[in-house]
Design a protein around this ligand. Structure first.
Ligand SMILES: [Zn+2]
Length: 248
């Protein structure tokens, strides 16, 4: 190959790489990370990230590394739904690798998590980035961690996402915005998280189940899957499909 051809190939490759990274920088996506039995959902608006829950352990890092721009070492917001390992166990791994600007969550039992950027949610909190509105709400004042989990509604120009953590079917009925288009199924598909009543006010176009392969709880339950099938709501599962990536 002569010099001109080699130069042409190098220029073409550089151009392709540049276009690819510009494309990645402008991506607005949501990723339901495959973290095994647990939940971690990444909302990425260009170089801005909001992560809802951190999964059970360091597995969340491989998901973040795969979808965040390679030079981006800052996560703007982490939201922890409740103080249980399958939702917050990966937080320390995240803090070791990334600079996290704000953490919103429940009062946590582990002292290690308490840090200056940690803000406890006692009722609700709303913030926005570009044209996306994030609404965090403590689902109830119950002493039960699942029943009082922080749930998150995300309103984008074209869709509404509802991240339901481990709340019950009754709480889902009470709290899910009627315009929800994508529902993260409560409690990894537990039979207590979905009922025909819970989906009587809203009819999501898609449901996503964050659940681990061969988990000891038998999630997702046949009962929850039967509700989705009866309501004709298509669903995706992280245990069988891995990371689930959707446009925001
Ligand atoms: Zn859970």
């Amino acid at each position: 190959m002569n010099k001109i051809k080699i130069t042409f190939v190098i220029v073409l490759a550089s151009l392709f790489t540049f276009v690819y990274y510009v494309y990645r920088l402008n991506q607005h996506i949501v990723v339901f990370c495959d973290v095994g039995q647990g939940a971690a959902t990444l909302f990425q608006i260009g170089t801005m990230q909001v992560l809802v829950d951190a999964g059970p352990d360091g597995r969340v890092l491989s998901c973040l590394g795969k979808y965040m721009p390679y030079f981006d070492t800052t996560i703007e917001v982490v939201i922890i739904s409740h103080d249980q390992k399958d939702h917050c166990g990966g937080l320390l791994s995240i803090l070791n690798k990334y600079s996290v600007q704000k953490i919103f969550g429940p009062p946590l039992s582990k002292k290690a998590y308490r840090m200056t950027q940690y803000i406890e949610i006692h009722d609700q909190l709303v913030f926005s980035y570009a044209s996306y509105v994030f609404k965090i709400k403590k689902s109830s004042q119950s002493s039960d961690k699942n029943e009082s989990a922080n749930i998150v509604s995300i309103f984008s120009p074209s869709n509404t996402y509802f991240i339901s953590s481990d709340i019950s079917a009754l709480e889902l009925y009470r709290l899910m915005p009627p315009e929800t288009t994508v529902l993260e199924v409560p409690h990894h598909g537990s039979k207590y998280g979905l009922s025909p009543l819970s989906l009587s006010l809203a009819h999501p176009a898609l449901a996503v189940i964050s659940v681990g392969k061969y988990n000891v709880y038998g999630h997702p339950s046949n009962e929850a899957l039967a509700v989705l099938k009866a309501k004709k709501i298509p669903f995706l599962r992280t245990d069988t499909q891995g990371d689930i990536v959707l446009p925001l």
